[in-house]
Ligand binder design. Structure first.
Ligand SMILES: *Cc1c(COP(=O)(O)O)cnc(C)c1O
Length: 367
């Protein structure tokens, strides 16, 4: 079976991990600091705050901006549910804008149509590893004085206009979940170039304490452990090379799928650097097989696939009926949720694996 993800821990991580275990220093310490310092150039930010996962990274980023009950957060309905849960957890209401079907991120036109003076924060999600239309989304947010937060959980190392994803928002967040491009098993990073927001995020991470038992704000425990940092630190230096392997696999997939009816391959848009967290094609009505049948037949041929994500967030009864969630139809998000399939693109794939994937696709879909 060619798996959608392949998680490997290298020998240098094992060694750092064993060192951490033997040091007796298990909670946030020097390895967490090293992770923060070494990731900074990869997100173009002066300040990096490591936390226990990407979801609480979002919660802390929103909290640092003062988001709470009565505030409104505008985001994409085509994202991992954590983006929305973080806002709801703070008591904020959530409104959605539609997406584009080429980068799967927020459509600036739809953002402009739905944003209002009530909108405190716009969360831009860089889905699958490609930054969304940051210039368009940022200017829409600026028009109403809303802050921009980037959910860069899937976009470690990506670029937009030559600048790193993570450096555009007032704050940005990354996930270090086991299958992300940079991972610690569980973990997250908050990034910012604003010293005051960085200070707040650090306070929130550690019970609001500026110094031991001096409480400045109501915080929480979002600390990362040294064990998790030990796993992640050696990968930081290899991130660019791993992302390049993903890119080579993506290019080979695209070449192998060219001209296949009903298959729209993902494209790196001009001025952007895609880091291929997922290689996601759209299966349109012109395809010989329905998306879900195709997935079943690919699995029979030893190719694992994924659907990220099968429905727009507001399309689940839980969120549809939630008092904090505004439900408006988003035609592009709904269509794309029916069309997307992610094919394996991870850095451990060999060219022969990629060729097996594209041959299986051609066998099943060539007219
Ligand atoms: C993974 C992910 C998150 C949440 O990160 P966790 O570390 O799993 O909490 C948030 N947003 C997006 C888009 C993600 O892919």
């Amino acid at each position: 079976m060619i798996r959608l993800t392949d998680v490997r821990i290298d020998a240098d991580s094992e060694e750092l991990l064993l060192g951490a275990v033997r040091s007796g220093r298990l909670s946030q310490g020097p390895l967490v600091e090293r992770l923060e310092r070494e990731f900074a150039p990869l997100c173009g930010c002066e300040h990096v705050i490591a936390v226990s996962n990407g979801t609480v990274a979002l919660v802390a980023a929103l909290q640092a901006l003062g988001v709470g009950a009565g505030d409104e957060v505008l985001t994409s309905p085509f994202t991992f549910v954590a983006t929305v849960n973080a806002a709801i957890q703070l008591g904020a209401s959530v409104r959605f804008a539609d997406i584009r079907d080429d980068d799967f991120g927020l459509d600036p036109g739809s953002v402009r149509a739905r944003i209002s003076a009530k909108t405190q924060v716009v969360i831009a999600v860089h889905l699958y590893g490609q930054p969304c239309d940051l210039a368009g989304v940022q200017s829409a947010a600026q028009q109403v004085g809303a802050a921009l937060v980037e959910d860069a959980a899937q976009a470690h190392g990506a670029c937009y206009g030559g600048r790193r994803a993570g450096s555009f928002g007032a704050l940005a967040t990354f996930s270090l979940y086991a299958t992300k491009n940079l991972m610690a098993g569980e973990g997250g990073l908050i990034t910012t170039n604003d010293g005051e927001l960085a200070r707040k995020a650090r306070l929130i991470r550690n019970q609001g304490m500026a110094s031991p038992y001096e409480y400045e704000i109501v915080g929480s425990n979002y600390r990362l452990t040294e064990l998790q940092a030990a796993i992640a630190v050696p990968q930081v230096g290899r991130l660019e090379a791993a992302n390049e392997r993903r890119r080579a696999n993506a290019d080979r997939l695209t070449a192998g799928l060219v001209g296949l009816p009903g298959v729209v391959s993902p494209r790196e848009l001009p001025g952007r650097r895609h880091v291929w967290h997922q290689y996601t094609v759209r299966i349109t009505e012109d395809a010989r097989l329905d998306r879900d049948v195709l997935r079943m037949k690919l699995a029979e041929r030893g190719v694992e696939t994924g659907v990220f994500y099968p429905r727009a967030i507001y399309d689940y009864p839980l969120y549809r009926d939630h008092p904090l969630v505004a439900v408006e139809p988003m035609p592009t998000a709904e269509r794309v949720a029916r069309e997307v399939v992610s094919l394996p693109v991870h850095p451990y794939l060999e060219a022969a694996d990629v060729d097996r994937i594209t041959s299986a696709m051609r066998d099943l879909l060539d007219a």
